[in-house]
Design a protein. Sequence first.
Length: 484
Amino acid sequence: MNNSAINNNPLRHSLHAGVGKCEITNREPGVVVADPLYARALVLDDGQTKAVIIAMDVTAIGGRAVSDGMLPDVGEEFLPCLREKIAAELGIPGCNVLVNASHTHPPGRMLCNDQEQVRRTFAAVQQAAGSMQPVKVGSIVGKEERVAMNRTLRLKNGRDWTIRHSIPSPPPDQICGSGPLDNSVGIIRFDRLDGTPLALIFNFACHPLFGNYDGSLTANFPGEAARIIELELDTTALFLQGAAGDVCDVTFKDFQQERNAAVLGRYLAESVLAAQSNITTRPAGLKVVSEEIFLPRRTDIPARLAQLKDKQEALLQSLRFCSLNFELFLPLYLQQKECQDAGTESSPMYAFNQRNIEKYLSNLRAMETLSKIQDDIATLEKHAAINARAGGAPIPAEVMGVRIGDCVLVTAPFEALSEIGLDIKRNSPFPHTFLSAYTNGYLHYGAPAEYYDRGGYEVTECLLAPEWQQVYQKAVRKILAKMQ
């Protein structure tokens, strides 16, 4: 890809569009499928510029090697192979192909094999390219406040603690807030000339982490939302995942109610359907800009590991001199509560027992913190090894901009955190700007530079130096300027 590719277009030409859809689910024997996974394609052509937007129900685009096999589905060769095929057979430049992953997270292999992934995704694009018709376009921003929450807890000591299932959550009395949240839903609708909707893009930020207790394959709530929208509008609905790096669904760690991705999907679909009804479509043109940038790899991991190991050792030393085990602690704790309720807690024995209880509880808190530290150490060591194998070379990354009428899509090849997406929207000169993260590559998390000293999960599951933000934001500003 050229360092900078641009298609000049005054946006006054007639836009044509076509849609396609192909199932990409892993159907091997023994695989349990709750609902199918799809590649959906939208091809755009205004007479001067052609572009393809593809929405895939998968965790990442090209994350197999960079994740050490943790994300096994789409290999690093998928995107270049797909782009080469689209360019050769359909005449659409590879740098004008946008591929977004919904980031759905069922365990195990989700998709068909590597060759079939390319073949079926191309089939969806080919179907779209073969059904082009004139369209009018409109965009709007809706809101959905029932689905998502920022999973980063701000602690009173100035640190961050991420809500995850692999570690406990911190004590409530240590929490003073949470990270920012963008509840907006970006919507672009493409209408046929008779006014019926041909395609709808909806952009929302939230991890689709756990869909089913049984681990069956699912497109999770984005897939359910797309299904409902398609049924209601008789259209093709493409979900583009936004800046969801530090966002999860509100039921993620709720142990009191059943997980139900269908409910979350229905909420999102309802909000999309309500907002899109207020769209006015009009003729629109198309402009595409792509930039290749180089993001610096982090070099601070050894120092951060040393800090974590010092803290780990101090906590281990603090565990000494604990008299109780769990079998003694629980009845004694309940007994002490009864004494407090009865107002008989003034005896020397009560004070002695209370000291033992407080020590045991202190050790429990230390254990919870040690669990997080151990997880942080393992994660940082993994990313240090990945960076070491690369020799510390900067990471090539692609940033793409697609202007459709007065609406702009900006891409990020990583799990952008909320603040990154909000910053792009705040500083864009366009009425509607949407961030399509998890797009055209996968580089783990992209956290704001100021977060690195706070210790959240996203700055440990991270290959990038804090300076990545400045490089990326400069590229975004350049792209937005070229879009005008």
